[in-house]
Design a protein around this ligand. Structure first.
Ligand SMILES: Nc1ncnc2c1ncn2[C@@H]1O[C@H](COP(=O)(O)OP(=O)(O)O)[C@@H](O)[C@H]1O
Ligand SMILES: [Mg+2]
Length: 410
């Protein structure tokens, strides 16, 4: 009991954590808005989910994809874009897999077999197809065409969706590739086909296709600014923030009330409990960061062998995790442009009640208050690290704790 094999916490792994917390809004957006609307042929934008590292972007959409897959939807595996790679190849490959799931390769229609071979060419050569000036349509239009066929097949099948998830989209640094990709996906999302409804009338409807893009907030600068209005019309962007303490506490409530079931080593099961103050300590230490939540839970699990995880064990486990918690926050801070980091430090230096733009700008050595404005705006709207209320406050509570206290030390 309480060893590496039965520990349900999973910091940083690529699985969906067994101990799930919150993100209710985003899950219900999929269940109650995106899926039903697209299934019904109504227009609904793709979703872009951005946020600082470790906030659970990849995991969230992985969970959505798992649900979709269980509902019978055709789902691509999460497509993670490696830095500097050609995203069109990856996405073309994924669209071919969707076509497979839709049974398209078996079709005798020439239009469909042509579309498949064009996308195979994109999967092989990617964006360089355009650069080489190869005759024929641009790579993106081949992708769109095949996606449309997948969508049409989904309508014929009834009650299924095609779901595409592209992760680490900030890694698409090639402007041409990015714009081709966004156009390909956007065109498929806005494409309408004519269908016959009972009674014989012809009406147009959108395709049952959903697209999720996830990545760091820096993507906003690339897509938001340059592709501008078209991108915003086709994708709705959410920036994830820390998970609510109440949601984290609720996630641990199973341990407190019923215990977490594990194999007892002799063919049966046993339950691992958590003392209420131990659960509260985990919630407090992780500061709303899902990665740190998993880390704190994992370390507490290993910190003893008793049937009940105690608050002492949580603290003992956390001591072993402190360096990793520090590294986690430092990674976030180090990625920031110097100005943004400087603003956060200036803000942290001020007493909470005095965190106004005027005082912050003064501390940063600006002559005019407004000079600090754009930096503050980015930290708020693009990154979700601060909230420009009256006074300013931190939304990223681990960053706040790190800059204003001894945290993660206990
Ligand atoms: N809603 C959640 N509840 C509990 N743990 C989560 C949740 N979302 C993410 N995690 C955990 O947080 C860690 C980071 O998640 P990840 O999706 O990799 O973050 P990101 O993609 O934003 O960098 C993972 O260990 C994951 O298990
Ligand atoms: Mg990720």
């Amino acid at each position: 009991m309480r060893d590496a094999l039965d520990n349900p916490f999973s910091p940083g792994s690529d699985t969906i954590p067994e101990v799930w917390a919150g993100r209710i809004e985003q899950l219900s957006d999929w269940r109650d808005v995106v899926r039903p609307r697209r299934l019904a042929g109504l227009p609904e934008r793709g979703r872009t989910i951005l946020g600082e590292p470790g906030l659970g972007k990849s995991t969230l959409v992985r969970k959505i994809a798992q649900e979709a897959s269980r509902a019978g939807d055709w789902v691509t595996p999460q497509l993670r874009i490696p830095a500097g790679s050609d995203p069109l190849k990856l996405v073309a490959d994924a669209v071919l897999k969707l076509a497979d799931a839709a049974g398209l390769p078996a079709s005798r229609e020439k239009k469909i077999s042509d579309a498949i071979s064009r996308v195979q060419a994109v999967a092989a050569s990617g964006v360089s197809l355009t650069l080489r000036g190869v005759d024929g349509p641009e790579p993106y239009s081949a992708l769109t065409e095949l996606l449309v066929e997948v969508g049409v097949a989904a309508i014929a099948h009834g009650d299924v969706m095609a779901l595409i998830h592209i992760d680490e989209i900030q890694n698409i640094t090639d402007e041409k590739a990015l714009s081709q990709l966004l156009i390909a996906l956007g065109d498929a999302l806005t494409h309408e086909v004519e269908v016959t409804v009972p009674g014989g009338a012809r009406v147009s409807r959108s395709l049952p296709i959903a697209v999720y893009l996830t990545g760091l907030p820096d993507f906003e600068d690339m897509a938001g600014a340059r592709k501008g209005a078209t991108f915003a019309r086709r994708f709705k962007t959410t920036t994830l923030a820390a998970i609510d303490d109440l949601d984290l506490a609720e996630a641990l409530q199973t341990f407190v009330l019923e215990g977490w079931e594990v194999p007892d080593g002799v063919g049966g099961t046993a339950s691992v409990f958590m003392a209420p103050d131990a659960a509260a300590a985990i919630v407090d230490l992780c500061r709303g960061e899902p990665f740190l939540f998993q880390l704190a839970g994992e370390q507490a699990w290993y910190a003893g062998a008793s049937q009940t995880i105690t608050a002492d064990q949580v603290r003992q486990g956390w001591r072993g995790a402190q360096r990793e918690a520090t590294a986690h926050v430092e990674r976030i801070l180090e990625r920031l442009p110097a100005r943004e980091k400087q603003l956060l430090e200036a803000m942290a230096d001020l007493p909470a009640a005095e965190r106004t733009l005027t005082r912050i700008a003064e501390k940063m050595g600006f002559k005019k208050t407004t000079d600090a404005g754009p930096t503050a705006q980015r930290l708020d709207t693009v990154r979700g690290i601060i909230d420009r209320g009256k006074p300013y406050s931190f939304r990223h509570r681990a960053v706040e704790a790190y800059l204003t206290s001894d945290w993660p030390k206990i």
